[in-house]
Design a binder for this molecule. Structure first.
Ligand SMILES: NC(=O)c1ccc[n+]([C@@H]2O[C@H](COP(=O)([O-])OP(=O)(O)OC[C@H]3O[C@@H](n4cnc5c(N)ncnc54)[C@H](O)[C@@H]3O)[C@@H](O)[C@H]2O)c1
Length: 381
């Protein structure tokens, strides 16, 4: 029996649950080169931690995340805390020789992201960033189709990530504080679609412009009080960009777009065809092959659940049984284990170097919105 990879998780709320589920399930569905061990969970809420640890199968829990760095039994640290903590936690763990899998965005600001990238360059451990949508079978298939040249020369990328939960009734939290989140819908949602666009096209964004940032809800109720506090982040941010292959791209993120609950969409148009993904119909990739000719031209609706043909599908249920949100995280956990064991992941994994490129694009869009100008990515260092 190979030695298990011992994991420590930082954070126990939304992502804490998603990641705990992934680490708990991954060995049941995937044949892994090494098993995983859910060793320790660290977070702030002592009153909830013991129950959380028991429910999700963590052997130990602590409110002192730094003790994880000192624990020689831990191989991989999974960072699922608010954005302002990513740099200090990830860097401490890398310096202690651990592998680190960090939530997105890489950091709340460029300085933190740069420090993380530098720490990763010096570290013996591997780094990973949870851009989980890469691991939806439909998105991974889109990446393969583009890499195989099925779309020809890429003309356009059109990406939106629209949600509706950020109205005035939503109370204050770290997500609306610049010091903790870095930005609002931008870092939260544009981070995903910028990563997806880079992943699917295999191209970089070389210039950003036309960015518009809006904060519609200026103040929010502070939970447990009658007070209101100022929101210091954007509710929406859109921008345009130039791809390294010369194509054009647009990105729009919003938390205040009623009717769009979790509308993460990516459309790519090339000289030879187009493809389109919508997370609200996540098992489907739409594909249009211009070679079909005018008689039969149209969008195909590919349900990406075939064990032989579709990434990750073979690990799960018999063909045609659809997957959900949580499967992307489990698919990523499987690829992280493979990468640590020097096996090939099913789809390319983003490390800190890769996520740094996404962070530069996000920063360029903030500069463009603030200064009302075009910003070459080469100026963001
Ligand atoms: N990949 C995705 O689709 C996705 C979705 C949601 C959130 N995220 C990212 O995951 C991260 C966490 O977001 P969330 O929604 O889980 O937040 P959350 O507010 O639900 O949970 C944050 C957790 O961090 C813990 N925490 C806060 N301060 C801490 C400290 N000083 N030491 C130890 N633990 C501390 C809290 O106890 C809590 O358990 C963010 O970076 C966010 O951008 C990613």
């Amino acid at each position: 029996m190979p030695k298990p990879i011992s994991i420590a998780l930082l954070g126990q709320k939304f992502m804490g649950r998603a990641h705990s589920n992934a680490w708990g399930q991954v060995g049941r569905f995937f044949d892994l080169p090494r098993p995983v061990r859910l060793a320790t969970v660290a977070a702030r809420d002592a009153a909830e931690l013991a129950t959380f640890a028991e429910r999700w199968g963590w052997e130990n829990w602590t409110t002192r995340w730094r003790s994880v760095a000192a624990d020689e039994g831990i191989d991989l640290v999974d960072v699922g805390t608010p954005n302002h903590l990513h740099a200090q936690q990830a860097i401490a763990m890398l310096e202690a020789g651990k592998h680190v899998a960090c939530e997105k965005p890489l950091a709340g600001n460029l300085d933190d992201a740069r420090a993380m990238r530098q720490a990763a360059r010096k570290a013996s451990g591997r780094t990973f960033v949870w851009f989980n949508y890469r691991r939806c079978p439909a998105v991974a298939l889109a990446q393969r189709l583009v890499a195989e040249g099925r779309l020809g020369r890429i003309h356009h990328v059109r990406a939106t990530y629209l949600q509706e939960w950020g109205g005035p009734e939503t109370p204050m939290s770290w997500r609306f504080k610049k010091a903790q989140a870095g930005s609002g819908a931008h870092g939260d949602l544009n981070a995903h679609i910028v990563d997806m666009a880079r992943f699917v096209t295999g191209q970089e964004l070389v210039e950003v412009g036309g960015a518009l940032s809006r904060t519609f809800v200026k103040e929010r109720r502070v939970p447990g009080t009658r007070k209101k506090a100022r929101s210091t982040v954007d509710d929406s941010l859109l921008f345009i960009a130039t791809l390294s292959g010369g194509g054009s791209a647009s990105f729009e993120a919003s938390r205040v777009a009623p009717g769009h609950q979790n509308r993460n969409t990516l459309e790519v148009n090339g000289s030879d065809g187009s493809l389109a993904f919508d997370f609200e119909d996540m098992n489907v990739l739409r594909f249009m092959d211009a070679a079909d000719g005018p008689r039969e031209a149209g969008w195909r609706r590919i349900m990406c659940t075939n064990a032989e043909e579709h990434p990750y599908a073979g690990a799960w249920w018999p063909d045609a049984h659809v997957l959900g949100y949580e499967h992307g995280f489990t698919n990523m956990a499987a690829d992280i284990v493979r990468a640590i064991c020097r096996r090939r992941p099913e789809a390319p994994l983003p490390d800190f170097e890769d996520a740094w490129q996404t962070q530069r694009v996000l920063e360029a869009a903030l500069v463009s919105a603030r200064e009302r100008c075009a910003v070459p990515i080469s100026q963001i260092r």
